[in-house]
Design a protein around this ligand. Structure first.
Ligand code: GLN
Ligand code: ZN
Length: 768
């Protein structure tokens, strides 16, 4: 029996990678310094895993920005419009330009599209393919990292996304072909990589084919079979692990089992039941190994050894111990690094801490589970085993988890609680009367730059270096300046800027009961951006208003409308580590009731427009279509519960980003928000097609510029996008806004871009 790890967090215990990247981007450190940070992080991770007793330690799981972009560069999938930039810059700068755009000297290139990695909050850069796409081995990162580890005395297992999933992750940039048609042109480059790794004496290679957890077409299944047959024919001596995660193999099981690979990795956290099907299946060959993903790579709860060992036992009884590998369910990049760093007992109490495990602890769990399951260690009288058992037992009965009042309120929810007083057409008339906005009303998504200064105030306040009053005053001044800027630049619906918020989920979690926080539980979201998800350990309720004070203050400064800003229940759920002792739908409904109370309080305070952000609705979709309806049912209902406690003439906005909307457009319409703002600009308004084909009835603000890039767009560029939008959506339904919040941007570029945006809206008004 071996221990196997699929990937380790690369951000570093103290987000060293984030800091180094950002310093490099702002010119504070050289590329050599950045490269050295990467090297040291890889070394730490390899040594940690090797010392813990992991047999199959991953390499190539490191990335400066994103592993999909790494692979695009490896395979030479570089869109043509970077070719001049490519000639004039280093490979590293080209890489970052593809990720985030670049404006330097006379060079101006846009960033590539980014989207969510399956149902996680990790974002990857979408590969772009043309009809006659060529592939070539462009970057040898995977090989050099293997050699780098070997020099440290560690023979790693390189991981890479399999050819079929890589193609499926991308998108066609022109019509007339399907990206899967490119497979035969792509495979030779994979062979070249394998050959080079073989020359370096590689023993194991892990191919991630997470599309096996999705509904595949016959062509896609055939592509998988073809790929792994070809690989097996050419490299019979390399042990290939084929990894699937995030859901069951489902109806791809037969295909998966018939692939000529050495080991199949299964996610037994998301899909424990599949183990029986696999063990019973007549398709499993008598020498296939199984990597059992038993330690949750997507959550922070301590493993239940007793339960897990009985699952492993089932497999070892049938297959024999020798054919098993013990592993986390997926890569650990979705977990924070190390629970040992959580030493502040007031933020994370010892009672809750004993229920948790982060990446480093999960590595130890994998090793212990293997020792118990293989018989290397006895469970009787073992302190690790006993501690694990005790923690799991006392979590079941802990009083801090249960709140009867909350459970009762959820039980009493009725149909009316998820319905506004009247349908949109009636509400709209009432809102037009109250709000009196121009055509193409301009607004922003909520946050304005969270400068180092703003963050330093919060840090000082938390450390006790400034008083609550001093902190509030600083935030007030910043808010007022932001209101003034919005007035001067002619924006129609203002926001207060969200300066008081550390993060759109954490801010609410901190004020809700049932949530707790880590000090250092960072997880990569995209590039250098990390999030610190709250931990929902118990029943959720709202003790006091959470945002009313700031909304009221901002509204008092101006005769223009100021939007109240809330995060929606599904997004709070989705971006937290959620308790695994009750259905997610129940936890979501509890949050929805808390947000509903806040919406009602904002209305009472005179706020006429309230935005409930739900950027995570789509990413919460189960991977398999057959499971969508159940999820959408409770998720959309939760949003509606949060938005329905108010009068018709209060306008509800919602916001979503980085989503494809085609397949859930009906459900988005069912949310019945009066206005929805969506990310659109990176896809050149393509995302709007879903809304226009559907004849989406409510109002829409398609984002007219990309806020993930420091690039300042011109008003022409934006009015061009708006013209595209107006061609498919009636003009009186359109709003004008950026793609998302501006918190990651600098003031300078923000001001310039918004002034251009208002100019674009004005041009549009003249056209109509
Ligand atoms: N209101 C939030 C903001 O502007 C929305 C962020 C998001 O959609 N991710 O920051
Ligand atoms: Zn957004």
């Amino acid at each position: 029996m071996l221990t196997n790890n699929l990937g380790y967090p690369r951000i570093g215990n103290n987000r060293e990678l984030k800091k180094a990247c950002e310093n490099y981007w702002s010119g504070k450190i050289t590329s050599d310094a950045l490269i050295a940070v990467g090297k040291s992080l890889r070394k730490q991770n390899w040594l940690l895993q090797s010392e813990a007793g992991i047999d199959l330690i991953p390499s190539n799981d490191f990335s400066f920005y994103d592993q999909v972009l790494d692979l695009s560069l490896t395979l030479g999938v570089i869109p043509a419009h970077y070719s001049e930039f490519e000639q004039r810059n280093t490979e590293l700068d080209l890489y970052f330009a593809m990720a985030r755009g670049a404006q330097k000297d006379d060079q101006d290139v846009k960033a590539m599209e980014m989207t969510k990695w399956f149902d996680t909050n990790y974002h990857y850069i979408v590969p772009e393919f043309t009809k006659d796409q060529e592939f070539k081995l462009y970057s040898e990162k995977i090989i050099s990292e293997f050699i780098e580890a070997k020099e440290l005395g560690i023979t790693t297992k390189p991981v890479l996304i399999g050819p079929v999933s890589y193609l499926l992750l991308g998108k066609e940039k022109e019509k007339g072909f399907h990206r899967i048609d490119l497979l035969d042109k792509l495979l030779p480059v994979y062979f070249e990589i394998l050959k080079k790794l073989e020359d370096e004496n590689v023993e194991w290679i892990q191919f991630d084919e997470p599309f096996l957890a999705l509904n595949l077409t016959n062509i896609e299944r055939a592509a998988l079979i073809h790929t792994y047959k070809e690989i097996n024919n050419r490299f019979p001596n390399i042990k290939i692990i084929l990894a699937n995660y995030f859901d069951c193999f489902g109806d791809n099981l037969e295909t998966a089992l018939s692939l000529p690979v050495h080991t199949l990795h299964l996610d037994l956290v998301r899909c424990p039941l599949q183990l029986d099907d696999i063990l019973k299946s007549t398709f499993i060959s008598s020498n296939t190994f199984l990597s059992l993903g038993v330690v949750d790579g997507r959550n922070i709860w301590k493993n239940d050894f007793q339960k897990t060992l009985s699952l492993i036992k089932k497999a070892s009884n049938l297959l024999g111990k020798e054919r098993l590998l013990i592993a986390p369910s997926c890569s650990l990049i979705h977990c924070p690094c190390d629970l040992d760093l959580e030493t502040n007992e007031t933020s994370l109490t010892p009672e809750i801490k004993q229920w948790l495990a982060f990446a480093k602890q999960k590595i130890n769990e994998v090793v212990l589970l293997k020792k118990f399951a293989s018989g290397e260690l006895e469970t009787t009288n073992n302190t690790h085993y006993n501690e694990n058992n005790k923690a799991n037992q006392n979590r079941k009965t802990a009083t801090i988890i249960h709140n009867e009042a909350v459970k009762n309120r959820v039980g009493k929810i009725n149909e009316k609680d998820s319905q506004r007083e009247n349908p949109f057409s009636i509400r709209r008339q009432k809102q037009i009367e109250v709000l009196n906005l121009p055509l193409f009303p301009t607004t922003t998504i909520g946050s304005f730059p969270q400068t180092t200064e703003v963050r330093s105030w919060r840090a000082k306040f938390k450390k006790g270096e400034i008083t609550a009053q001093e902190y509030d005053n600083l935030i007030k001044i910043e808010t007022e300046e932001t209101i003034r800027f919005q007035e001067e630049s002619g924006i129609d619906v203002l926001v207060h800027g969200e300066f008081e918020r550390n993060d759109m989920v954490e801010y609410f979690g901190e004020q809700l009961d049932g949530f707790t926080f880590t000090k250092n539980g960072w997880v990569q979201s995209y590039g250098s951006r990390c999030v610190k998800p709250p931990v929902i350990y118990g029943d959720v309720s709202r003790a006091n208003p959470m945002t009313v004070k700031w909304a009221k203050f901002a509204q008092s400064l101006t005769p223009k409308w100021v939007k109240g800003m809330l995060t929606g229940p599904v997004t709070i759920l989705q971006w937290s580590f959620v308790r695994n002792d009750q259905p997610r739908s129940t936890t979501c409904t509890q949050i929805a009731l808390a947000i509903r109370d806040e919406v009602v309080d904002l209305e009472k305070a005179g706020i006429k427009i309230i935005q409930i952000d739900e950027p995570a609705i789509r990413e919460g979709l189960p991977l398999r279509k057959e499971d969508w309806a159940t999820y959408l049912d409770w998720a959309i209902k939760a949003f509606r519960i949060s938005a329905s406690g108010i009068k018709d003439n209060t306008q509800i906005h919602t916001h979503m980003c980085y989503s494809e909307f085609n397949d859930i457009i009906q459900n988005i319409a069912d949310m019945d928000a009066d206005v929805i703002t969506i990310e659109c600009s990176r896809s050149q308004m393509e995302l709007l097609d879903a809304f226009s084909n559907f004849k989406y009835p409510n109002e829409i603000g398609p984002g007219v510029y990309d806020i993930h890039s420091p690039r300042v767009p011109s008003s022409k560029e934006m009015s061009h996008l708006l013209e595209k939008a107006a061609a498919v959506i009636p003009a009186d339904q359109l709003w004008v806004n950026p793609d998302c919040g501006l918190k990651t941007r600098h003031w300078d570029e923000t001001k310039k871009a918004l002034i251009e945006m208002v100019a674009a809206a004005k041009e549009m008004r003249l056209l109509i």
